[in-house]
Each structure stands twice: as structure tokens, then as C-alpha cells.
Design a protein around this ligand. Structure first.
Ligand code: FES
Length: 361
């Protein structure tokens, strides 16, 4: 099911063709935006209209979209661009609720220590602010025409794509779904009442909660959690969303059980690298060559040299940072796979250089 945000035509839509025929788009957008911040000739924008607490460290924001915000499938992500203290910053979130007739959707934001964007979005002062919205991306979607027993593994704010999937598709999904949800402490669990209500309503859905830092034996993800849920590996799928270490562990357990897994890390991979071991990256179009450490994300390494390629999620999901690798070898930072092929498409946020490289940048 694709959710389409629909807005009825407004004055900006009626005026835009006329204005654009004589005036540059940027000028038209400036004047439209000064009348109504959501009006734009082509930019996908949304205004924050409501902020509610969802857990001790999480808020849920409701946003009103303009007509350029595209539809998205439950479980997908969008990039939100905000301006904090004069600096544009991009973060990805999974929309968790949509009222398409009103053109409204919501995102849940977990406060991250030192996180400028999550701190900004957690303040009531953000209500009324307008943010940019990207096209949707992500492959964690349920296909009811090919139903499989589905095990959803969520940690922390990795819960949001599952909330969206369950709200919109659980009623009609013709196979069992189990949600296993981890947080550090009980007060960090979000939407518990809603998950419990879904489990009471739909016999094919069960939910279990696990705490990793409460006063009890730690309940970290292990093979026992999965074994009791798997009867037929060929007809079972695992979705995992959470921090890098969690989804990597989930992927390893799924591999051991020969089960298809879709994993999405909620944060960029943490990387340890030796800054003394360097290779050369040649940017063919820019006619530049720079030295970067082996093992560091290419995107981060380029930024450290003052080069700013396009990026979105910074975790390998949205493809915004993709460019063509023309020569050389790279290593994937999630699964450590090497890639020696050229030419090939390369997401520079989640790959590091293992040899001298030439990129079409
Ligand atoms: S920035 Fe999204 S895939 Fe690299």
C-alpha cells in the first residue's frame, strides 16, 4: 500500500505557472514562501504542527506536507533537512503515521546525546518551523501477495518503521508477525499501549519487550529468541532496525538460520581506522587528488578535506551519496565485503577505500 499525501490546490499552485513564465524559480519561491512558508514551486516542504512525548527520551512530531511531498510505503524512511543555528543538517526518520487526506504525517525523534538535530526537534520551539522532505527510500516493506512469517527485531528508535508497518498492514497480512523490541530501560519503550492493543486484537501478532540495562539479567538478542519462532526457514523473513551492532548481530543470526534478512542500521557505522595508512582518491570531474585513511568512510574522509559531496541518510539507505567508482578497491563498512569491480556504483557513506581510487566526482 502506497500512502500518497494529497493536498487540494492552493493559491501558489494557481499562480506558479504564471509567475514562473517571467521570473526565476528562486525568486518565485522567495515570494511564495514569504506569503506561506509551505508554498513552493517545486520544493517538498512540511511544517511541524504538533509535538508530543512518546517515551522518556522520544518525542513524536506531526507535520503538514505541501503538495510536493511524495507518497511513501509504510516502513520506508525520508530525509528531513533542518537549519540549526544557520547550519543545514539532514537526518532520516521513518514516518509512523499518515492522514493522507489532511496531508499530515508524523515522525518519532529520539534525543541523542550531543545530537544537534534531535535536540532542536525535541523543543516545543520547533512547532511552526518548516523543514525539507526528501523522496522516500528503504526496502523494509511487507508484501501481502507473498506472505512470510515475519520476525521484526527493533532496538531503540529502530521501532518506528515497524510501528508504521503494523498500523497500516497488520490487519490484512496473512502470515504470523512477531515483534521483539529492545531498549535499555523500561521508560524508553515507545507505543507500548498500541502494540499491546494490536496483539489483543490480532491473533497472528505477538510482541515481546526486552531491557538491556535494567536491574535484571541483560536480555540481549541471541539465537534462542529466534529459534522458537522459526518452523520453516524458507517461508520466514527477518526485519531488523536499530544501532549498527544490533543489526549486524541480527544479520549474523539470520545467516546461521538461512533466513532472508532485511537490516537497516539507525546510525552510521562506527569505524576504527589507522590514520597513518593512507591511499589516494582521485576525483575525476573535480580534477583533485587527496589522501585518505584506509578504513574511514569515503564521505567522511572527503568532508575532512573540505569536499562536500551530496548525502542524505549517511547509513547506506537513500542512495543520495552514490557515485561511480572508475577504478580501485573498496570495503563495505557494514559487512566488510571487498569490492574490486569497476566501473560500479558506490555509496561513499558506507564504503572505505582499500586501494587508490578514481571516482566520478
Ligand atoms: S547518504 Fe544515504 S546512502 Fe549514502
Amino acid at each position: 500500500m502506497c500512502i500518497i499525501v494529497t493536498n487540494s490546490p492552493n493559491v501558489s499552485e494557481l499562480m506558479t505557472p504564471l509567475l514562473q513564465s517571467a521570473v526565476p524559480t528562486s525568486v518565485v519561491d522567495f515570494w511564495l514562501g514569504s506569503i506561506n512558508p509551505l508554498w513552493s514551486t517545486q520544493q517538498a516542504l512540511a511544517r511541524i504542527t504538533k509535538l508530543e512525548s512518546s517515551a522518556s527520551d522520544t518525542v513524536t512530531l506531526t507535520l503538514k506536507a505541501n503538495r510536493h511531498v511524495q507518497g511513501f510505503l509504510p516502513g520506508q524512511h525520508i530525509n528531513i533537512t533542518v537549519e540549526v543555528n544557520g547550519v543545514r543538517r539532514v537526518r532520516s526518520y521513518s514516518p509512523a503515521w499518515v492522514n493522507s487526506s489532511a496531508g499530515e504525517f508524523s515522525i518519532s525523534v529520539k534525543r541523542v546525546d550531543g545530537g544537534a538535530v534531535s535536540a532542536w526537534l525535541s523543543q516545543p520551539a520547533c512547532i511552526g518551523q518548516v523543514v525539507e522532505v526528501s523522496a522516500a527510500f528503504g526496502e523494509m516493506t511487507l508484501d501481502a501477495s507473498q506472505p512470510k512469517t515475519t520476525i521484526m527485531l527493533a532496538a531503540g528508535s529502530g521501532i518506528t518503521p515497524f510501528l508504521s508497518l503494523l498500523r497500516s498492514q497488520l490487519a490484512d497480512y496473512p502470515a504470523p508477525i512477531t515483534l521483539l523490541y529492545w531498549t535499555k530501560h523500561e521508560d524508553e519503550l515507545c507505543f507500548v499501549d498500541e502494540f499491546n492493543a494490536l496483539a489483543s486484537t490480532y491473533p497472528h501478532f505477538t510482541v515481546q519487550y526486552f531491557l538491556t540495562q535494567a536491574n535484571q539479567p541483560a536480555q540481549r538478542l541471541n539465537e534462542q529468541h529466534l529459534q522458537s519462532l522459526i518452523n520453516d526457514a524458507d517461508n520466514t523473513q527477518i526485519f531488523a532496525c536499530g544501532p549498527q551492532g544490533f543489526v549486524q548481530h541480527a544479520a549474523m543470526l539470520a545467516k546461521q538460520q538461512n533466513i532472508t534478512a532485511v537490516i537497516e542500521a539507525f546510525y552510521a557505522p562506527e569505524v576504527i581506522f589507522d590514520s597513518n595508512h593512507q591511499v589516494a582518491i582521485t576525483l575525476q570531474r573535480s580534477q583533485k587528488t587527496i589522501m585518505v585513511p584506509v578504513g574511514q568512510s569515503i564521505l567522511t574522509a572527503l568532508e575532512a578535506e573540505g569536499i562536500n559531496p551530496a548525502y542524505g541518510c549517511r547509513r547506506g539507505l537513500c542512495n543520495t551519496c552514490s557515485c561511480t567508482k572508475l577504478s580501485g578497491s573498496t570495503q563495505h563498512l557494514h559487512n566488510q565485503d571487498m569490492n574490486h569491480e569497476s566501473p560500479t556504483s558506490l555509496r561513499i557513506c558506507i564504503n572505505s577505500a582499500s586501494s587508490d581510487l578514481t571516482l566520478d566526482l
